[in-house]
Design a protein around this ligand. Structure first.
Ligand code: EPU
Length: 338
């Protein structure tokens, strides 16, 4: 018998701290449990949702679904060759602890992704990224389990179809898989990447030799300074993607707003800093009901207490409308909405 729990409270299982109750919940400790689940007609009749660290989710109050909390654990060195270490971690492992563990072993490559909330299995779904590095840069392959019948499938990095904050698991394969294990290829020749934002400055302040571990410490300092700790104030990290627009649209915005912050993003396209757009639209530190845009980083939506999905939806729409009216730019929310 599977230990299904009923009317399961998810308020502490989502970093925005939204009130949410799942009609059915299972903490999945072994992939074989998926086959067993799929043999229950009662459970098959429900929608199924996979829950990782809950750090990129906007939950409704009543979830009439089977929510599967990924509690698969374990991490190990699979093999090494002249070029790299191949390191595997189970989907339920905490992302930051995994990164810290790889660094402690002397394996570099993930240091820029330190302190990102969430789990190893969720990391590829939105191709997490920070300070010039994305998870796709070192992901070798992953094993996912079908929610239809529990069978395992290996996805190569190419098959994951990674792009900026996106993968096949948010597109064609959305809702079909549970990511059970991820294998990283950590190059032995890896060099540290310190050209983004404040990292180089922070590194200088540390007064210690330049190393992957030092970069991790610098990243942790910058994140702690700019981003709210979900344990203190509910949030889901960056709430909007940095919009990628045509050069033509960027030129139009620049003509009226010469201070616009933008970066080249492929042929004839630019990525605009959504935080800048939101700040200029007057939303930095501003509240609408119990939610608002964070005063130190306008891209982060925060729950000042007591918010529901509906409050988040209202603020999302208000910010999108104001940015569209002022700049003609569409903002896309980054988290997944259930
Ligand atoms: N900016 C403002 N006002 C603000 C915030 C930002 O003007 O309130 C401007 C600044 O000029 C700044 C630029 O926007 O130079 C970029 O800001 P920042 O370096 O803080 O990064 P971001 O583009 O806002 C992205 C990621 C973050 C990641 C950082 C660092 C997205 C959606 N967000 O934010 O990821 O940590 O870069 O690499 O791409 C997340 O996804 O949850 C997340 C925190």
């Amino acid at each position: 018998m599977l230990p299904i729990q009923f009317n399961y409270d998810l308020k502490n299982a989502n970093t925005l701290g939204l009130p949410a109750t799942a009609s059915h919940f299972l903490s999945l400790t072994h992939p074989a449990q998926l086959l067993e689940l799929s043999q229950s007609p009662e459970l098959k009749a429900l929608p199924w949702r996979v829950l990782g660290g809950g750090s990129n989710l906007v939950l409704p109050e009543d979830i009439n679904a089977l929510v599967i909390g990924v509690a698969l654990t374990g991490r190990r060195l699979l093999r090494e060759d002249d070029e790299a270490w191949y390191v595997a971690a189970a989907g339920g492992e905490n992302w930051h602890e995994f990164v810290a563990w790889t660094l402690a072993q002397g394996w570099a490559g993930l240091e820029n992704l330190s302190l990102i909330p969430g789990t190893v299995g969720a990391a590829p779904v939105q191709n997490i990224g920070a300070y010039g590095v994305e998870v796709k840069d070192s992901l070798f392959e992953l094993t996912a389990y079908s929610l239809a019948d529990g069978h395992a499938r290996v996805f190569s990095a190419a098959e994951c179809q990674f792009s900026y904050r996106d993968s096949c698991f948010k597109q064609a394969e959305a809702g079909k898989w549970l990511i059970g294990e991820v294998v990283f290829k950590l190059a032995k020749s890896a060099s540290i990447k310190t050209n983004y934002g404040d990292i180089e400055q922070e590194l200088a302040l540390l007064a210690q030799p330049r190393s992957a571990s030092a970069v991790a410490q610098a990243v942790i300092k910058v994140r702690q300074r700019k981003l709210p700790d979900p344990a203190v104030i509910g949030n889901a990290g960056s709430f909007f993607k940095n919009p990628i627009v045509t050069s033509t649209l960027r030129e139009q915005v620049l003509a009226a707003h010469p201070q616009l912050v933008s970066y080249p993003a492929g042929p004839a396209h630019y990525k605009l800093a959504a935080g800048w757009l939101i700040e200029q639209a007057g939303w930095k530190g501003r509240q609408l009901g119990p939610v608002g845009m964070y005063q130190k980083q306008a891209l982060v939506l925060v729950n000042h207490g007591g918010a529901t999905q509906n409050d988040v939806a209202k603020l999302t729409a208000a910010v999108q409308a104001d940015v569209k009216a002022k700049f003609g730019v569409e903002l896309e929310a980054e988290p997944v909405w259930w």
